[in-house]
Ligand binder design. Structure first.
Ligand SMILES: *Cc1c(COP(=O)(O)O)cnc(C)c1O
Length: 477
């Protein structure tokens, strides 16, 4: 590669110039004055890929439309919830009907009973408690595990993300991985989390059965729970090895509870989530994202014997002013019912995503760009490295600069991808042949730009083309 002469970055294949971002820029400018970083969740700020985050005006089916009127094929699906696509009529109508009955009662209502029954029926949980986000679900499940076992330590895996509660911001993935350079790689993953809290959270390497067994043998008697992503989405997609799944089951021999964090994978990888698909039986599970159909809902549930430790039945306190909110419940109910009514959907999602993976592999190969694509069900990550990628450490070896070039190449061609190397994309039932072909065409051209930028960077390194402009792919502060 070092002998390759400098190649100019190819202009977009479409004859029109990159679409205007004037409205997004104006909104971002205003937002930064009144909100930290201009966003309400960090990865949305595009820090690791550069450029102005697109402010969205509307969403329909597989498409997002930004404030400048540009339409994108959406591959994020609101980070998971929109498995049926945006603006699904059944969900919209259920929310409208619920709104006409009043938006919040501060008392129980029929919708939360029906959604709880449906969740228990589909997942095998005996009892479930609704909260308002995935973070609340994992935080509450850990407190419950501590209350139930009378132990104070918990164990998580490096690069797994379980929301932003103190005890779980230790060697965490997702936005924390994206911003690792800014935050420092050491545990805890965030300022404001005392070492004393972080010390109660033990960390092991994902997919390392031997390390987990050894840690459990030494400290299992004081560990209340092992919490894990049954398929990781928050370090990019990582698949559990069969040996690791067996080691997870063995933690129970120490009286430790197994908590599956299915906030991302629940109702996505199968009706009974990743655990159902993989044949795992956890003691407790956490849900979010799809369970709220695009409205804020989280839930945790499992064996009745454990769940009955939750107040007012038991001594573990957990409450929520808006928990079980009728609008949120209606969206969750409509989503889970639509999934139940269309059992072939999961197979269609798998097929679409497998074809996308295959097409992307071919496109990368044609362009001479090395990638490793991890895919399961409707989740997929293109790692810019040779792979294999089985854990956080391996994921972190990816070429994030190359990813950023590829991301921008997609975006200017109307394909909205997750703006970080360390995230999964999410395919919905609204993605069809048109979207698949358009995405692959854009990806092919974007891989060409990655190749050209790589040649340029190499040339610059060798002092051949010192003044060639390179794309700005730095993590900005
Ligand atoms: C998104 C996510 C969370 C946090 O959910 P929020 O609703 O963002 O608080 C927790 N765990 C996993 C696995 C997630 O993907």
């Amino acid at each position: 590669m070092t002998a390759t002469p400098p190649v100019p970055v190819q202009p977009p294949v479409s004859s029109s110039a990159a679409p205007s971002t004037a409205q997004s820029e104006a909104l971002f400018e205003r937002a930064r004055k009144v909100t930290p970083g201009g966003v309400n969740s960090p990865v949305r700020a595009f820090r690791s890929v550069g450029g102005v985050p697109r402010f969205m005006a509307s969403a329909d089916g597989a498409y997002l439309t930004d404030a400048d009127g540009t339409r994108y094929i959406d591959h994020i699906g609101s980070w998971g919830p929109m498995i049926l696509g945006h603006n699904h009529p059944a969900i919209r109508e259920a929310i409208v009907a619920a709104a006409q009955d009043g938006t919040s009662f501060g008392a129980p209502g029929w919708r939360e009973v029906e959604l709880a029954e449906l969740v228990c029926q589909v997942t095998g949980a005996q009892k479930v408690r609704f909260v308002n986000s995935g973070t609340e679900a994992t935080m509450s499940a850990l407190r419950l595990a501590r209350g139930f076992t009378g132990r104070k330590y918990t164990l998580k895996f490096r690069g797994n993300y379980h929301g932003h509660a103190d005890a779980l911001l230790v060697e965490a993935g997702s936005g924390l991985m994206t911003n690792a350079a800014e935050l420092g790689a050491a545990a805890p993953s965030s300022a404001g989390v005392p070492d004393e809290y972080a010390r109660l959270t033990l960390v092991s390497e994902y997919n390392d059965a031997g390390a987990l067994d050894a840690l459990m043998a030494e400290r299992g008697h004081e560990i209340a729970a092992v919490i894990f992503e049954p398929v990781v989405g928050n370090a990019g997609v990582l698949l559990p090895t069969p040996a690791f799944l067996l080691a997870l089951h063995r933690v129970r021999e120490h009286g430790t509870l197994l908590i599956a964090d299915e906030v991302m994978t629940g109702f996505r990888l199968s009706p009974s989530g990743a655990t159902g698909r993989l044949g795992l039986t956890p003691d407790l599970s956490c849900w979010g994202k799809i369970i709220g159909g695009g409205l804020p809902v989280g839930a945790y549930g499992g064996r009745a014997e454990i769940m009955d430790y939750v107040s007012p039945e038991g001594p573990v306190y957990q409450a929520g002013t808006l928990s079980g909110n009728p609008l949120a419940m209606s969206a969750g109910l409509a989503t889970l019912r639509a999934l139940q009514a269309d059992p072939g959907l999961y197979e269609r999602l798998d097929t679409y995503t497998a074809r996308l993976a295959e097409g992307l592999r071919e496109a990368a190969q044609e362009a001479g760009v090395t990638v490793c694509i991890n895919v399961i069900g409707s989740m997929l990550t293109v790692f810019f490295q040779a792979g294999p990628v089985k854990n956080y450490t391996e994921a972190a070896r990816s070429d994030t600069a190359a990813f950023a070039v590829w991301f921008q190449g997609l975006l200017k061609r109307g394909v909205y991808w997750a703006p970080s190397q360390y995230e999964s994309i999410f395919i919905s039932g609204a993605h069809g042949e048109t979207e698949l072909q358009a995405t692959l065409a854009a990806a092919r051209d974007a891989f060409g730009e990655v190749r050209a930028a790589g040649a340029q960077a190499n040339a610059a390194q060798n002092g051949i083309a010192e003044n060639q402009p390179t794309e700005n792919v730095e993590v900005s502060g």
